[in-house]
Design a protein around this ligand. Structure first.
Ligand code: SF4
Ligand code: SF4
Length: 416
């Protein structure tokens, strides 16, 4: 109903967005405030007009609205926060903001330096274009991002995979399927015998030109890793956008129809991440819940469930700040530090490549622009296995997200 009323009518889209913002502040809904703030900016309102709308609502509703409206001023204190459609990477002095923490991650390792033990996975982030714009996205991906990997970078990745016989290519994004050379990348990697994992968001299969995506995945025996924050609509849509849950279930059924999620080579793994400022529950227990509920409610099957901790960077960090949860979430991560996860951290056995070919220790460091050890190759074009092995991993306080509780990695808990 909201979307049908928000188009052009007697009131302009801009006026409606301002009204929506005022109501959102009044009813104190963080997600609505977020959505209408973006809508106001997109439709031409400035911060002054948005503040006036908020003041009017506050005057009518009283002090409670006034206090909750303060979150609109998240451009203060030297922070910069762009609208969701262009990314909400929080920057300070032009660089992605690193999390302040009362405890330093490197010191917490007790003097041990985190080092690579070898490379069995090349994780390639092919760009920031995505058909969704999820609240927790650490990539700041969205439909209007233009960063896309070009053929020369893809060919350099393929050459490295072939030369060093790296066993796994892990393709992520954005929605990787949306870049023009996605299918070329997958088929060429399969020709040289590389196992291919695609981080597939499910709903992209309903985009133009993707009607045969399930069959393409099946033909190439691509292993799929797909996010589904919860087996209920409300929680999933709150994080990933209205209508995403229904389309995700429809997509899972299609994948099941071509053989994904049963025994055999067509592996379909799901990802659970908390819808809020808390740590994931026990992976095995919630996998049982997901398997039972998805089967009983929708007739859907999958192979494994990975629990992943929300990393305090980009959009999720922005939400933590605005909702007043940043310090308590950081305390949770620090207090749950588990030293036995350190040896299994994913950065120790992989290298991450960005859409331009730049190398990083992991996708999170990539988003934070934390460079790889300076005296080692910096791009895929000058990759050298010997130089990359035993390199020192660049860490910062966001790394507490990988070591909390059972640990977190692209393959789920570090300690199952
Ligand atoms: S589907 Fe994935 S890449 Fe796209 S916005 Fe959501 S979290 Fe980000
Ligand atoms: S964020 Fe996690 S994977 Fe990345 S460097 Fe830190 S510990 Fe390693």
């Amino acid at each position: 109903m909201v979307s049908s009323l928000s188009g052009r009518g007697a009131l302009s889209k801009r006026e409606k967005a301002l009204i929506g913002l005022a109501v959102a502040v009044t009813v104190q809904c963080l997600y609505c405030i977020d959505a209408y703030r973006n809508s106001c900016l997109e439709n031409g309102s400035n911060m002054e007009q948005m503040a006036e709308a908020r003041h009017l609502a506050s005057a009518i509703h009283g002090c409670a609205s006034l206090i909750h409206g303060i979150q609109l001023h998240n451009a203060q204190d030297g922070f910069r926060c762009k609208s969701m459609d262009t990314g909400v990477q929080i920057t300070r002095n032009g660089k992605p903001m690193l999390l302040e923490s009362p405890v330093d991650f490197a010191e917490n390792l007790g003097g041990t330096t985190l080092r690579s033990i070898g490379i069995d996975t090349l994780q390639v982030n092919v760009g920031k274009l995505c058909n969704q714009a999820c609240k927790h996205c650490h990539v700041d991906a969205s439909p209007i991002r233009t960063e896309i990997m070009q053929r020369d970078v893809i060919d350099a990745c393929l050459a490295v995979l072939d030369k060093y016989k790296i066993t796994t290519l892990d393709i992520t994004g954005g929605a990787p399927e949306l870049i023009p050379d996605f299918r070329y990348f997958v088929t060429e990697a399969r020709k040289i015998g590389t196992k291919v994992i695609v981080r597939h968001n499910l709903t992209v299969m309903f985009e133009v030109g993707q009607a045969d995506l399930c069959e393409f995945f099946a033909e190439n025996e691509v292993e799929l890793v797909s996010s589904l924050p919860y087996f209920l609509q409300q929680q999933t849509d709150a994080q990933r956008g209205a209508g995403v849950f229904d389309r995700s279930i429809k997509a899972l059924k299609r994948l099941n129809d071509v053989g994904y999620g049963a025994c055999g080579n067509m592996v379909l793994n799901l990802v659970y991440n908390p819808v809020g400022a808390f740590l994931p529950p026990d992976q095995a227990a919630i996998e049982c819940d997901f398997k039972r509920e998805l089967k009983d409610r929708y007739g859907v099957s999958f192979n494994n469930l990975f629990t992943i901790t929300n990393m305090p960077i980009a959009r999720f960090l922005d939400w933590l700040r605005r909702s007043g949860n940043m310090e308590s979430y950081m305390d949770k991560l620090i207090n749950a530090f588990n030293p036995s996860t350190v040896s299994g951290l994913m950065c120790r056995s992989m290298v991450s490549v960005d859409w331009t070919g730049q190398l990083f220790d992991c996708d999170f460091n990539q988003m934070l622009e934390l460079p790889i050890q300076s005296d080692r190759p910096q791009t895929i074009f000058d990759f050298d296995m010997e130089a990359m092995q035993n390199r020192r991993i660049t860490t910062a306080n966001h790394c507490f997200g990988c070591t909390a509780g059972a640990g977190s990695s692209c393959g789920g808990a570090v300690q199952p």
